[in-house]
Design a protein around this ligand. Structure first.
Ligand SMILES: [Zn+2]
Length: 361
């Protein structure tokens, strides 16, 4: 009998090259149960239809998926991780000030409730202390996902600071409850930015009960983004780092050496890692190599470059490239099976359990 995917056409194509990549490098490396700590689910109707020019984030992720329903997310896992059971931490996707943040959060809360998945609210920095607390409690969220695009529109993107979109009054609430925050670092220098680093250390000192997850290992997508970050962050005790949407093995290696495998979590950043691509770095700038024609006109985006011919046929999923980079870093740093299982499952299960999410062991 044909599977549901075959009957209505799969969400995306899995090619022989993908199956081979998974079989050779990832299938045995990954544990059977996985927690994906970084996933976006939303429906297109929550998105503002304003022009891209008004946005304060890169534009290429929108070329991969216009939306990501819970059904699409679960189908992605089935297609990409045959034989594995993946539990996602869900949150919405609010990339523009005009997006329907309430509609998006309601949808996430419903999906989490129906499937018994953990979730975070997508928070607006303008919410008062009480409003922020009530919304999280009411929606059964475990904390908040915050993002720089919701900062005051008067601040130029390069000057946005963490506290512009994760204000102290909301940190106070997160601290009081021991809740989680998923934090995407702002600023052009990314992880190595001295202000980001000072504020990260400061947050851990002033709000010790907040479970801070630094998304994408601080966006250190190229070795040049690392700077002295791990010397500074080695003094932190609790802060966690997710490896989502990052394919830089050197960053992973330095993170493992600085904070150890107990504070590193697998996250994907789905749906963007459905993209077929390989990432290279040129003079410290990341470039996504993608198959010619697959993602429309990318000529205006310095982070995208099309390739043709045989090289194009070798491209697999961003998701697989991310995990493979972590696999190489794990070998380089001598991680054992137990450590890998911790990164892909147990660390997340423990922290979610501490916040009060039941059902993961
Ligand atoms: Zn994300």
């Amino acid at each position: 009998m044909a599977s549901a995917n075959e009957q209505r056409g799969a969400l995306f194509e899995v090619r022989a090259i993908d199956r081979e990549f998974y079989k050779q490098r990832l299938g045995c490396f990954l544990p059977t149960s996985i927690i994906d700590i970084h996933t976006h689910v939303w429906l297109d109707r929550f998105k503002s239809k304003q022009k891209e020019a008004c946005l304060r984030s890169v534009t290429w992720p929108r070329r991969v998926a216009v939306d990501n329903s819970i059904e699409d997310l679960m189908e992605t896992y089935e297609l990409m991780f045959p034989g594995k059971k993946v539990t996602p931490l869900l949150f919405g996707s609010t990339s523009a000030l005009g997006d329907d943040i309430d509609g998006g959060n309601e949808y996430v809360s419903e999906c989490a409730d129906k499937n018994h998945f953990p979730s975070l609210i997508f928070a607006d920095p303008k919410w008062s202390e009480i409003d922020f607390e009530e919304r999280i409690s009411f929606g059964n969220f475990l904390g908040a996902k915050v993002y720089l695009t919701l900062s005051d529109p008067c601040i130029p993107e390069k000057d946005i600071q963490i506290f512009d979109f994760l204000p102290p009054h909301q940190l106070k609430v997160l601290d009081a409850h021991g809740w989680m925050v998923m934090l995407h670092l702002p600023r052009n220098a990314r992880l190595r930015d001295p202000l980001n680093l000072a504020q990260l250390v400061d947050i851990e000192k002033r709000y010790p009960n907040v479970r801070v997850i630094v998304a994408h290992v601080g966006r250190a997508y190229c070795p040049e983004d690392i700077g002295n970050a791990f010397e500074v962050l080695a003094e932190t005790k609790k802060m966690l780092f997710d490896i989502s949407a990052n394919t830089c093995a050197e960053t992973f290696e330095r993170a493992i050496r600085a904070v150890g495998p107990k504070r590193i979590l697998f996250g994907s950043d789905l749906p963007v890692v459905r993209m077929r691509m390989r990432r290279i770095c040129e003079d410290g700038i990341y470039v996504n190599l993608v198959p010619k024609g697959l993602y429309g006109d990318v000529s205006g985006d310095p982070h995208m470059r099309e390739i043709e011919g045989m090289d194009k046929e070798q491209l697999t999923f961003f998701m697989y490239e991310e995990i493979d980079a972590f696999r190489r870093a794990a070998i380089e740093t001598g991680l054992g099976r137990d450590d890998v299982e911790a990164v892909f499952y147990r660390n997340a299960a423990e922290v979610l359990g501490e916040i009060g999410f039941q059902g993961l062991s």
